[in-house]
Structure formats: C-alpha cells, structure tokens
Design a protein around this ligand. Structure first.
Ligand code: GCU
Length: 352
C-alpha cells in the first residue's frame, strides 16, 4: 500500500513538474479553465479540508468561467517538505503546511516553534487574526517564490506515547517524532526526549513498529490520523500552538488581476472562518472519541514543570536569531493584554 502510494506520488509529481516546465502557457487547462491544485496532509473530514472546500466554492462561484479548484488531501502529493517545493516551482499552486516547514525559507517563522510562546488560546487567535500585521510576516518568503495567504488553527500540541507521561522525567530516553525543522528538534531535545523528525504520514507506522515511542500534536492526530490506536497516553503539557498556513505560488498570485487577487484573498479568509468553526466542534468530539472509543488516557500534568524544563529556550532562540524579535515582542504585547484581562475578570468575580 505504501509502495503504491509512493509510486503514485512520484508519478503525479513528475507529471506536474513536467507540465509546469514544458508548457509555459495554456497548461493545467481543462475545458479552457485553469486548474488550481491545492495539496494538504489531512483527511477529507478534517477542518482544513472543509475550509478548503469553501475556498474552492467561493473561487468557482466568482471566477468559475476561468478556474477550477482541485484539492489533494492525505499527503497524496507528498509530505509537507516535499509539497512546499512543488509550490515553489509552480508544479502546484497552493499547499497547507505547518509553519515549521517555512523556517528554512524565512527565519521569522521560528517564532511559532518556541515552546510556550502564546500564553492563551485567546492571545494566539488574536495574533493570527490580525490580518494587517500578519501580511508583513507572510511576505517574508517572497524571495523563495511563495506567499502565505491565511492561517488555520492547528490547536495546542502536547506529548503522547505508548507509556504514561506525568512529568518531564518521563520523557527521558523516549524517541519522540517532531515536525521537520531544527527548532522543533531543539525544542523536543530540551524537554529531555530524543527528537525524531519525520513527515506526518509516517508517524502511525513508526509508533506501531516501535521505531519511535510517541509524538506530539493536537488531539485530532489521535482520531483523524488514528495515532490513538497505537499510543494510549496523552499528557496535557500544552507546549505549543503552531499554526498551519495556506501558501500560494507567488508567480501565480502576481499574475492575477487586482480583482481576481481580491477574490482569492476573500476565499482564503472565508476558508479560515470555516476551519476555525469546524475546529471547535471537532476537537471536542476528538477528545470524547479518543477517550471512550480508543481507550486513550488523557493525563492532566503540572504544566509548570514542563515550562521550567524549557525556560531558557525562548531567550536562546532570540539570541541566535535577531530577526524573530519583532514578531516575538508583538506577541508578548498581546499575551500581556490577555493576561491582564483574565486577572481583572478573576478579581472582579472574587470581589462579588
Ligand atoms: C498537525 C498540523 C499539520 C502538521 C502535523 C504534524 O496535524 O495541522 O500541519 O503537519 O500536525 O505534526 O506534522
């Protein structure tokens, strides 16, 4: 099955690269319409797929005489490091990837790999929903030939494994899969585990076969990706909120008229709205399913112990890479605002 999938990926990628290099115009045409291809790593029920269906619907409703949007889920065109290259060359037009995959192209994205960067979900959402501010960040990969259009919520990441994790000491000696970026590897090693970077689609089999002991992700990975079948302990240490992003080939985006670009931008923002709504619904269902149907034990750990373990990482990353400071400080301001608000809310409740 895996070999078949790999052969299919190779054949499709080769055909697309060929198509994008051989014919400079009139390629990817079907019935006179330009085909727009979007690749992502999730299943067809995942919030991101549902968001992308909205993207497709909006584009085709408004520009249907010119464009047809095709969505390729389940890493069908390859893992995230691979598809980002396909979008770079223009073999495909859009991909959804986690920000760690962009760190090799623009340092600024390292910020999101910092452990305990956001102090609340509210702060995370406020920072990411600030479209004007984020557009400056999104332009940072222009030189690499692609640009981020919008973000998708990918929840809060915690560790899960075949053995229970109660404190950071329980991570010692465990081989834990992380996303393929140096900052993700460093973060995991600082927690005391041995980081094992690999693509998302390989994680299930790697845990099942004992190549790794566990991974770290949001709760949907347990159900949607079935990791809960092979790893039964999920520790709520909540070390990261790492967004996913919709990335578009810059040449394609620059080739659009102003009106068309506007429609693509609106479609992207609408896809985020749908994704965020679906996320809230599905994440609650995922917890129930993982617990009741898959027998996953959710462990409420003392998060402070985990924070202490990586207390120096943010400062070390800032010292190594000045270019992340501005975004980092912007996020700190948002964190502080939300911390002050929740403090006020608590004290006014106590005052009653
Ligand atoms: C989440 C995230 C993906 C990412 C994956 C991973 O599912 O939404 O974009 O690829 O985690 O850990 O690789």
């Amino acid at each position: 099955m895996r070999a078949l999938k790999r052969a299919l990926v190779l054949a499709l990628s080769a055909a697309m690269i060929l198509a994008s290099t051989v014919c400079m115009s009139g390629c990817g045409l079907k019935d006179g319409k330009r085909i727009i291809r979007i690749a992502h790593s999730q299943s067809e029920t995942h919030p991101e797929h549902l968001g992308l269906l909205k993207f497709k619907e909006y584009i085709e409703e408004n520009l249907g005489d010119k464009y047809e949007v095709q969505i390729y889920p389940n890493e069908l065109l390859g893992g995230q490091t691979k598809v980002i290259e396909l979008v770079q060359t223009g073999a495909i037009d859009f991909v959804v990837v986690g920000t760690p995959n962009l760190e090799n192209f623009a340092d600024v994205y390292e910020v999101f790999s910092m452990p305990y960067l956001f102090t609340s979900e509210e702060a995370y959402h406020e920072a990411m929903n600030d479209v004007d501010y984020m557009r400056q960040v999104y332009r940072s990969t222009d030189e690499a030939g692609f640009q981020v259009m919008t973000w998708y919520n990918a929840g809060t990441r915690s560790f899960y494994a075949k053995t229970p994790i109660y404190t950071p000491d329980d991570l010692k000696g465990l081989k834990i899969r992380v996303q393929q970026s140096p900052a993700s590897v460093n973060m995991c090693n600082e927690f005391g585990a041995a980081a094992s970077p690999m693509s998302f689609g390989e994680v299930y089999t790697a845990i099942q076969q004992g190549v790794i002991d566990g991974a770290e992700n949001n709760e949907l990975a347990l159900t949607n990706n079935k990791h809960g079948e092979v790893a039964k302990y999920y520790a709520y240490n909540k070390h990261q909120m790492v967004p996913d992003v919709l990335v578009g080939n810059l040449k394609f985006l620059d080739g659009l008229s102003e009106e068309e670009f506007e429609i693509f931008q609106e479609a992207a923002l609408l896809s985020t709205e749908i994704e965020l709504e679906e996320w809230e619904k599905q994440i609650e269902e995922a917890k129930e399913t993982a617990k009741n149907e898959m027998g996953v034990e959710f462990i409420d750990v003392d998060v402070e112990l985990f924070k202490e373990k990586v207390a120096n990482v943010q400062e070390e990353m800032l010292a190594d890479n000045e270019s992340i400071r501005e975004l980092y400080e912007h996020i700190q301001t948002i964190n502080e605002k939300h911390m002050a608000e929740s403090k006020n809310a608590t004290s006014s409740k106590e005052g009653k």
